[in-house]
Structures are given as C-alpha cells and as structure tokens.
Design a binder for this molecule. Structure first.
Ligand SMILES: Cc1cc2nc3c(=O)[nH]c(=O)nc-3n(C[C@H](O)[C@H](O)[C@H](O)COP(=O)(O)OP(=O)(O)OC[C@H]3O[C@@H](n4cnc5c(N)ncnc54)[C@H](O)[C@@H]3O)c2cc1C
Length: 372
C-alpha cells in the first residue's frame, strides 16, 4: 500500500471531519464537507479497482479509512461504510461507467435492504419486482436507507423476478419516478447519517438494472456485502472507542482547583480507563485477525466476520458507558464531547445483522448447526 492515501486520510480527518463533527451531530445534518473532502482526496475509491480509477485497498484499507474517520465523526464513518458496501457490489456487477463514478464518489452508493415487512431479517425481502414490457417495476417499503437523500442510487433487494431464491439485487436511481424518501432522519445517534425510510411505488427500471443473476441476491448479500459491512461496522465502532478513550484520558488530566490533584490520580478512574483501553485493543485485534482471515481465505473466515461486528459493537457500548462514568457531569453535558460517541455507538448493535442475531448465528456455527 502506498503511504500517500494515509497522509491524505490524516489530513482530511483532522482538517475537515473533526471540524464539522459536532455541527453535523447537533443539527442532524449530512456531513457533506467531510464526504466531499474524502472524495477529493480519492479516498471514496478505496474498494474500487485501479482500472476504474480506484485505490484497490480491499477490506483492510477501507477499514482503516472508516476507523480513522469515525475517531472524529461516527456519521461520516457510517455513510462512507455504506458507500464502500454498495461499491463492492457495483465492482462485481455494474458497468464500467458506474464503477468509475463510484470510485470518484460522483456516484455515492448505499444499501437499501431493510424493509418494513422483514425489518432486521434483511435476507428475506418481501418487496416485489414485476416484469413490465422490456423493463421491471419495483414496489417496496424500505425501512432504512443510509444517505437516503444524498445517494446517487441504491443497491436494492427485492423478491426474485422469476427465478427460485430469496432475493434479487438491483441498482435503483434515488431520483427514480415513484420513489418517495420519508426523511429527514431524527435519531438518537449517528445523527448525520441521513438514514430514512423510502417507499417505491411502481418504480420502473430497465432489466439491465439487475446486479448479478435473478434469485441470487442471497449469495451477493452473504459473499460480498456481509464481510464488507461487518468489517466496516466494526471499524466504525472501534474508531468511536479510540476517539472516546483519547477524550476521556484528556479529561482525566483536569485538576480539582482546591487540591491541585487530577482526576487520573484516583485509582478508580485509572481502573475504568484501563478497561476502556483493553476492550478497545481486544476489538481491534479481532478486527485485524478478521482481515487476515479474509486476505488469506482462512477456513474460519465467516465465523470471524460474524464475530467481529458483534464483539466491536458490544465493546463500544461498554467503553462508552465507562467514558460517561469517568467524565461524570461534564460528559452528561456536551463539555467533554464523549456523549456524542455514547449515542453513536448505540446504532451498530441494532444495524442488521444485529448483535443478538449474530450471537444466534455464531452459536449455531460453533455447535455445528446450519445458519439458516
Ligand atoms: C443508523 C442506522 C442506519 C441504517 N442504515 C441502513 C441501510 O443503509 N440500509 C439498510 O438496509 N438498513 C439500514 N438500517 C436498518 C438496520 O440494518 C436494521 O434493519 C434495523 O435497525 C432493524 O430494525 P428493527 O429494530 O425494526 O428490527 P427487528 O427485527 O424488529 O429487531 C428488534 C430487536 O429484535 C432482535 N431480534 C430480531 N430477530 C432476532 C433473532 N432471530 N434472534 C435474536 N434477536 C432478534 C434484534 O436484535 C433487535 O434487537 C439502519 C439502521 C440504523 C439504526
């Protein structure tokens, strides 16, 4: 890997993402400045091939970008994660022009899998695709789409058109006639992620909008999307933990004026900070092992992919509980800046596959039961 993109990442993270993070959170607005700066630096092309102008950094490079950005702003980390997940599917199935546009960020991508009818069980869409002349009509009630009003097109799931199978994947323009976004987003955390429901009523797409084969959506979800999504969701959680540990340690240096002693001189405070650091390091090491497994095609890759999102998501909520405790009343207000991280970490565990669903899958895998 060249080091140039790492320098660019550091510059964008400190000079742009960090500057706008609090504003994005308090106004619940999309982190446009940060996404634009990442695009300008070429970093939105992390998972795109060099032949279409990308950086070809794979899971590891995408993870590093999401982790660094999330140390400053969880909302930016999440919208970039979803762009990388959508782009991974486009890399496998879209035409050259779309892939080129995704590599520059001119085409901003996301996933539209979750539906009102199957909620977190994203692998069983109930929405439909119906043949209409030479094209296809899509009808759906999508329950959450990150970057719903900013994405160029959605990587979209439906029931198959004609084939057997659980689903088919499509590329659906966000501005297609019949698409209604039910925004704006007003959630507890990741307040800039623009994650809204959208209703598709008679949305016409050409047959060529199909990504992969009819009925093969499940294979795309499990083979391409799940490893990318789980790794990046974990990277976002780890970035949030790292950001919170740094802020908490800084706050622990503040002194009581009457005695001149710092918070960090209290053994209890040091104990909590130590636990935060250990949980963060454990999650990061599991992430590194998952990336190693993906890169070498290890036999336990899928198990690690399932584990890493659950572990990092759970660790992040624990670490941020501790951060709130250490920083006390100053954290309850916005003085220290950890309460944003506290709220942002709550999202990862309920994003599908949710932590509880992952525990079920991991338990099945370990005991030799089929996952589905
Ligand atoms: C910030 C944010 C951004 C999102 N962005 C996107 C996006 O870009 N694209 C997209 O497609 N979706 C997105 N989602 C949706 C997300 O992936 C989930 O589908 C959604 O959060 C689940 O909603 P629900 O609580 O209604 O699900 P429910 O299925 O009702 O789950 C409720 C609870 O039940 C538990 N549960 C459900 N099934 C089981 C089981 N079998 N075993 C044990 N426990 C179970 C879950 O863990 C959860 O705690 C986003 C969600 C959030 C919060």
């Amino acid at each position: 890997m060249s080091t140039n993109w790492k320098d660019a990442l550091e510059r964008v993270a400190t000079e742009v993402v960090a500057q706008f993070a609090a504003d994005v959170d308090s106004l619940g607005r999309f982190p446009s400045e940060s996404v634009d700066a990442l695009a300008k630096a070429g970093l939105l092309g992390a998972v795109s091939a060099k032949e279409v102008g990308g950086l070809a950094l794979g899971h590891r490079g995408a993870s590093e970008i999401v982790r660094r950005v999330s140390q400053e702003c969880g909302s930016t980390g999440m919208v970039v994660s979803m762009h990388f997940c959508g782009t991974a599917v486009l890399e496998a199935f879209a035409d050259q022009a779309t892939r080129k546009a995704a590599a520059t960020g001119e085409h901003f991508s996301t996933l539209a899998f979750s539906e009102a009818g199957s909620r977190s069980h994203f692998w069983v869409p109930v929405s439909t695709a119906t043949k209409n002349g030479t094209g296809v009509v899509l009808d759906a009630k999508k329950s959450w789409i990150t970057s719903a009003s900013k994405a160029t097109a959605y990587v979209w799931s439906s029931r198959p058109l004609a084939a057997e199978g659980l689903s088919t994947i499509w590329l659906v323009p966000a501005n297609a006639q019949g698409m209604k976004i039910q925004g704006p987003f007003n959630g507890l955390g990741l307040r800039g992620n623009d994650s809204s429901p959208a209703v598709a009523e008679g949305v016409h797409v050409p047959q060529t909008a199909m990504l992969g084969e009819d009925g093969k959506g499940f294979d795309i979800m499990m083979g391409i999307v799940l490893p990318m999504f789980n790794v990046l969701n974990a990277s976002c959680a780890i970035g949030l933990m790292e950001g919170a540990v740094a802020r908490t340690a800084k706050h622990a240096g503040t002194q009581y004026e009457y005695s001149g002693s710092a918070l960090a001189e209290l053994p209890t405070i040091r104990n909590y900070i130590a636990r935060m650091q250990i949980k963060t390091d454990m999650a990061r090491l599991l992430l590194d092992d998952t990336l190693n497994a993906l890169e070498s095609g290890r036999a336990d890759t899928m198990l690690k992919v399932l584990e890493v999102k659950a572990a990092a998501g759970e660790a992040a909520t624990e670490v941020l509980d501790l951060a709130m405790r250490v920083c006390g009343g100053m954290a309850f207000r916005k003085d220290v800046g950890v309460e944003r991280y506290f709220r942002d970490t709550r999202a990862g565990g309920v994003m599908a596959p949710t932590t509880d669903v992952l525990y079920d899958f991991i338990g099945k895998a370990v005991t030799g039961l089929p996952l589905f």
